[in-house]
Design a protein around this ligand. Structure first.
Ligand SMILES: [Mg+2]
Length: 400
């Protein structure tokens, strides 16, 4: 088998619907123009994210098999790395030699890579190679990863943007009704909002906890919008809500800071969605920075690297709850003994009503995004990764 072509399609972040306009605390909250605490500045995130939402890579072979992979963000630079560097390395090679191709790509991009865009690009190509391998074997990818260790994949509802407190309460109840036993909300404020902001952050958690009662696990995401000092104060303040985890309290590069917050916090601390490769995640583990590791298959280096990270995390007794429950991620969770659940981004009822049922919220470019029933996603059964592109949507949202 031989790779004959590699194509990339840049897809507008419009394909994510209004998701990016929902209020939440982000790494950019420090600056007024990029802050959207209550929905009144809906353009805030689009201003710094750039126009590209996804980069779709398709790898053609000398058979009728084509592999599909995806990476996100980075305004087209990911596509450039694939088009100008990675495609030249893989065309003419055997797509089933994934370990060799991964290393070729990693070594060739190292002078400008290691973290960020180059690894995003490798992630998309690697995932497409796994898709080819699964299709060639006529098996879902988890069968190639050692076989499933679970019959279905538990997932948690990840949304609960603080649009307003009544909506937050209703949305939390909606997820309980739909059978989710874990859910994650977003904070509004970082240190720039002072004590009043701390109070309001606490009100978000209190609202959700009061709505769902004691039997549901609740987590919250700070998207790197806090400092170490603030995170230590805020986590202490939230002790009585018995949270399942607090996510990304500080900047991804501040690994010592993570460890300091983790040491002080009464609840588990999670992170890793903005970390890259096994080397980056090894740092998080060795420095005891997190209680839960959250690698993203589109950022860490693809399915190959995710599997290595999950296995490494197991030796530290640290569970892996990957960022974003995309189709490739599900295979990894299915085949890993220490990946208890997937992240799932539900479309809340209030948003559907706003859209008259015509929602393009996330995953619009795929025919078959993961869909849970009673908080569980069935194991994918189609060969490969099982992410079927919706050609019409892809064309509609394609850039250039
Ligand atoms: Mg997150």
């Amino acid at each position: 088998m031989e790779i004959t072509g590699v194509t990339t399609t840049k897809v507008s972040n419009e394909s994510w619907g209004e998701f990016v306009e929902f209020p939440l605390l982000t790494i950019m909250n420090k600056y007024d123009e990029y802050r959207n605490v209550d929905g009144s500045n809906p353009e805030a995130r689009r201003k710094w994210m750039g126009p590209v939402g996804d980069v779709v890579v398709e790898i053609e072979t000398d058979t009728d098999i084509t592999g599909v992979g995806i990476a996100n963000w980075a305004t087209g630079a990911i596509a450039t790395v694939i088009d100008e560097t990675l495609s030249k390395l893989v065309i003419g090679e055997d797509p089933l030699q994934r370990e060799k191709l991964w290393e070729l790509m990693y070594r060739a991009t190292l002078p400008f890579g290691r973290k960020g865009i180059a690894i995003d690009a490798i992630s998309a190509v690697d995932t497409a190679l796994w898709d080819i391998a699964g299709k060639e074997a006529n098996k879902p990818v988890y069968e190639l990863l050692g076989g499933p260790v679970k019959d279905e994949i538990p997932c948690y509802a990840s949304n609960l943007h603080p649009v307003d407190f009544d909506t937050l309460e209703q949305e939390a109840l909606e997820y309980v009704e739909k059978g989710f036993d874990t859910m994650k909300m977003r904070f509004r404020h970082g240190p720039e909002a002072g004590r009043a902001g701390m109070k309001e952050n606490e009100k978000i958690v209190a609202t959700v906890r009061d709505a769902v009662g004691d039997d549901i696990d609740i987590a919250a995401d700070a998207y790197m919008g806090w400092t170490v000092r603030y995170a230590k104060k805020m986590t202490k303040r939230l002790e009585r809500y018995e949270m399942a985890w607090i996510e990304e309290p500080v900047m991804a590069d501040n690994i010592e800071g993570y460890a300091e917050v983790r040491e002080a916090a009464p609840m588990p601390i999670s992170g890793g969605e903005h970390e890259f490769t096994r080397w980056g995640h090894k740092d998080l583990l060795e420095k005891e920075a997190v209680d839960i590791l959250q690698p993203d298959v589109g950022r860490v280096g693809g399915i190959s690297e995710m599997k290595k990270i999950a296995d490494m995390a197991e030796t530290y007794d640290i569970p892996v709850i990957p960022h974003a429950g995309t189709n490739p991620t599900l295979h990894l969770i299915a085949a890993s003994t220490n990946a208890p659940m997937a992240e799932y981004f539900p479309i809340p009822e209030w948003y559907k009503e706003q859209q008259d049922g015509d929602s393009t919220y996330a995953d619009a470019i795929f025919e078959n995004p993961p869909s849970p029933d009673d908080g569980m996603i069935p194991l994918p059964d189609s060969p490969g990764v099982g992410a079927e592109l919706n050609r019409e949507a892809l064309e509609h949202f394609a850039l250039e």
